[in-house]
Each structure stands twice: as C-alpha cells, then as structure tokens.
Design a protein around this ligand. Structure first.
Ligand code: FE2
Ligand code: FE2
Length: 214
C-alpha cells in the first residue's frame, strides 16, 4: 500500500487545484464514504493517492489542456507501475486502475461501475463544490490565464460552447460543470453531504454574477 509520505512526492506542493492538499481532502472523504458504503478500503485509498499523480496540473494553452484531459489515463498507467513494483496482484491493480480511469467520467468516458470507483468519483467531486470548490475553481481560472467572471454568451448558455473571443471564466465552469455535480454523485452518503456544499457554491457564483452585472 503506498503511504501518504510516498504520495506527497507525486504532487506539486504549490498547486492549489490538484496539489497534495486536494489528495489529502479526497483521502479523508473517500475513507468516510467507503466506510459508510462498505467499499474495499485498500482499493479506494490506493486509488485516491494515485488518481491525479500525472499531468493534472492546470497550465496555459491548448497543449497543456489536452495533456490534462488525459491525466486520468496517465495516472492509471502510473498506478500500475507503482502497485506492481509493490507486488500487488493483477486483479487488484486493475480494480485500482478502473477507479482512476473513471474519476473523470463526463458522459463520453469510462463510467465508474464498481462501488470503489463510485466512492473515488464522489469524494473527488465533493472537493469540487462548496467553499473548497469555489476556491479551486477561482485558482484554476487564474492559473489558466482566464478571468473569474466573464458574461456567458447565449451560445454558451444553450450549447456549453464559447464563441470566438469569449473567455472560459470560473463562472463558465460553474455553469457548465460544477452546478450539475451534485446530481451526478453515486453514493447516498455523498449525495447527502453535497446538498449544503452545493447551496453555498450557488450562492457565491450567483452573487458574483449579480455584482459583476450590477
Ligand atoms: Fe483528476
Ligand atoms: Fe482529483
């Protein structure tokens, strides 16, 4: 089993979005959900420690965004290297890899089809909403060189696609993804925790938009 100290070395200390503090929060949340739901703890925790270990950092430009878009696949490959060096059996490595591959489920990618994968997905998404989610969304926009607020175009509101010259702001990310997360969670334990976090996040982003437009 990889240790927390080992995992700390795989993450940037100064990344406010996918740094080790994100991993620590997901670790604590996943442990809580796994116990509540009866998931295999070792599989879940190994997957948490490795899930964003490769290419998850937000960088500027399309190439960086593309790299980030595959971080779940690269991290799953890295997990296999780490766990096979530790002597884990193939089927347990595959179970961890499935959790990592499915943590970025967006409708067109691998869906989490084991309880362990659903626990990682839910714990990771709970860290994307609420007060922490707001902080991370703002930090992500700023490190990608985008504003925190830009008026969304009609086209974006209808299709989720920005028009030429429109910045993908933190508010866009809220409309496009964050506001939908609570209804995409799998486990009852995560769904009940999500309600309060969701309400806080909605109040912040709608307040931000109202102030910006006033
Ligand atoms: Fe991730
Ligand atoms: Fe993550």
């Amino acid at each position: 089993m990889p240790t927390l100290e080992q995992a700390r070395r795989w993450y940037a200390a100064d990344d406010p979005v996918h740094g080790f503090d994100h991993v620590l929060r997901v670790y604590r949340m996943a442990e809580r959900l796994a116990r509540a739901e009866g998931a295999d703890l070792e599989t879940v925790l190994a997957a948490v420690l490795l899930h964003d270990a490769q290419d998850s950092r937000a960088g500027r430009g399309e190439q960086e965004a593309e790299k980030r878009g595959n971080h779940h696949l690269r991290s799953a490959e890295f997990a296999a290297e780490v766990l096979s060096a530790e002597g884990w059996p193939a089927e347990r490595i595959a179970a961890v890899q499935h959790c990592i591959q499915a943590h970025r489920f967006r409708g067109d990618s691998t869906a989490p089809h084991t309880l362990e994968a659903q626990v990682l997905f839910d714990a990771d998404k709970l860290d994307a909403i609420g007060a922490i989610g707001v902080v991370r969304a703002l930090a992500f926009s700023i490190s990608a060189g985008n504003p925190v607020y830009y008026p969304p175009s009609d086209r974006f509101l209808k299709t989720g696609e920005i028009q030429p010259g429109e910045a993908h702001s933190a508010y866009h990310e809220y409309l496009f993804k964050l506001v939908k997360l609570k209804d995409r969670l799998f486990t009852p334990a995560a769904r009940s925790l999500a309600e309060q976090r969701h309400a806080l996040m909605v109040a912040f982003f709608e307040g931000l938009a109202a102030e910006m437009e006033s």
